[in-house]
Design a protein around this ligand. Structure first.
Ligand SMILES: NC(=O)C1=CN([C@@H]2O[C@H](COP(=O)(O)OP(=O)(O)OC[C@H]3O[C@@H](n4cnc5c(N)ncnc54)[C@H](O)[C@@H]3O)[C@@H](O)[C@H]2O)C=CC1
Ligand SMILES: [Mg+2]
Length: 340
């Protein structure tokens, strides 16, 4: 059922939608919701709502796993009334997507409501995002991260940086407009490259002193303004480990919510030499690893225990991090070379 859009879209648009795949229907419907406050206001009455409290997502424990459940519009309405809030508060929600049946999905921060009472009533816990990311199934984390990132952006962009006047969110939350001069602000992400450098049969993993003990990962760095993806890869590899990049191959991307929204652009790169010159202001340690060593590091599903000599074995970020994807991809490629 095309519930979210029924009776709201023009007949012409609705006819077009019937010819499209559900993916295209959803994309077009979301476009209308983002752009048109009236359509979005209607969708609020039928949509579902993911809950946050001071940016901590609401999780429910079911047996040995956790879910990130949504409440219906009428359930949210009831919560607001019971906590003596105006139903207008529903309009503080931000749009984060829509279901396969085109029912709009929103996120709302209930930080002004009593947390422990809400948790008891809803039967779950508002959980810090980092902890929640590790508790939830990997496939459920992108929606939660996206929702938190958008709520966080709105929370920190209440005023225009040019006029100092308040900014007003449009209903979907796809932008904020300065009440003084009409300047429009859109949610932002910082582009970051993450590169798995390799040379012959080994790959390079590094760690910063702020990482948990034993954790090594691929090199990463924020793009400077005006740089291309390729230029950032070359500069970061040179800056952090003193190596000259020979070739770059794009792999995949990921939205990363920590500490602020980044768009992680993941690449493989080969280098011309292997002698490292580590920039200790940025990196605590960087080492070349063989296939066997990387396979060993991948075996740890969580932080490994200390060994008898007090050291922690090398391990790599969990599956939810794109670093893990890059490392797995390299392992697959090395294994396939062995077969050749
Ligand atoms: N999802 C994943 O697999 C991984 C994600 N990351 C993320 O990548 C990001 C960048 O990693 P680093 O190697 O530390 O970057 P980096 O090597 O560029 O160094 C960080 C420094 O860059 C500067 N900087 C420039 N632009 C910045 C911006 N827009 N925001 C914050 N700092 C900025 C700051 O001085 C900061 O201290 C971090 O947010 C980290 O969480 C890092 C590794 C793996
Ligand atoms: Mg870095």
């Amino acid at each position: 059922m095309f519930s979210g859009g029924v009776g709201i879209l023009s007949p012409v648009t609705s006819v077009c939608f019937r010819l499209y795949s559900s993916y295209i229907k959803n994309a077009r419907y979301l476009f209308h919701l983002k752009e048109n406050d009236d359509i979005c206001r209607q969708a609020l009455k039928l949509g579902s709502f993911y809950l946050f409290h001071n940016l901590s997502p609401f999780l429910r424990n079911i047996g040995s796993s956790y879910s990130f459940p949504a409440v219906s519009s009428s359930e949210l309405h009831k919560i607001l009334i019971e906590h003596e809030r105006n139903e207008q508060m529903m309009e503080e929600s931000v749009l984060i997507g829509c279901s396969d049946s085109c029912s709009a999905e929103f996120a709302i921060d209930l930080g002004s409501l009593e947390r422990s009472r809400l948790e008891t009533e809803l039967g779950g816990k508002f959980t810090d995002l980092r902890k929640a990311s590790l508790q939830l199934r990997v496939k459920d984390t992108p929606l939660m991260s996206q929702a938190q990132a958008l709520l966080r952006w709105h929370e920190s962009h209440q005023y225009c940086s040019k006029t100092g006047k308040p900014t007003q969110k449009n209903l979907s939350g796809s932008k904020r407009v300065c009440q003084g001069n009409g300047l429009i602000y859109y949610p932002q992400m910082s582009p970051v490259i993450i590169t798995l450098v390799s040379h012959r049969k080994r790959c390079l993993l590094a760690r910063q002193d702020s990482f948990p003990a034993g954790m090594y990962t691929a090199l990463s760095g924020f793009c400077d303004i005006g740089e291309t993806l390729e230029e950032t890869v070359r500069r970061e590899v040179a800056e952090e480990v003193g190596l000259e990049v020979e070739s770059i191959r794009y792999s995949a991307s990921q939205h990363w919510p920590f500490p602020n929204s980044s768009l992680m652009l993941a690449c493989h790169a080969t280098v011309l030499q292997e002698e490292l010159c580590i920039n200790t202001a940025e990196i605590e340690s960087a080492k070349w690893f063989s296939l066997e060593e990387v396979e060993e590091a991948l075996k740890w599903q969580k932080v490994p225990p200390k060994q008898e000599d007090g050291t922690v074995p090398v391990w790599v970020p969990p599956k939810l991090a794109i670093a893990n994807h890059l490392i797995q991809e390299w392992v697959q490629e090395q294994r396939s070379h062995l077969k050749d």
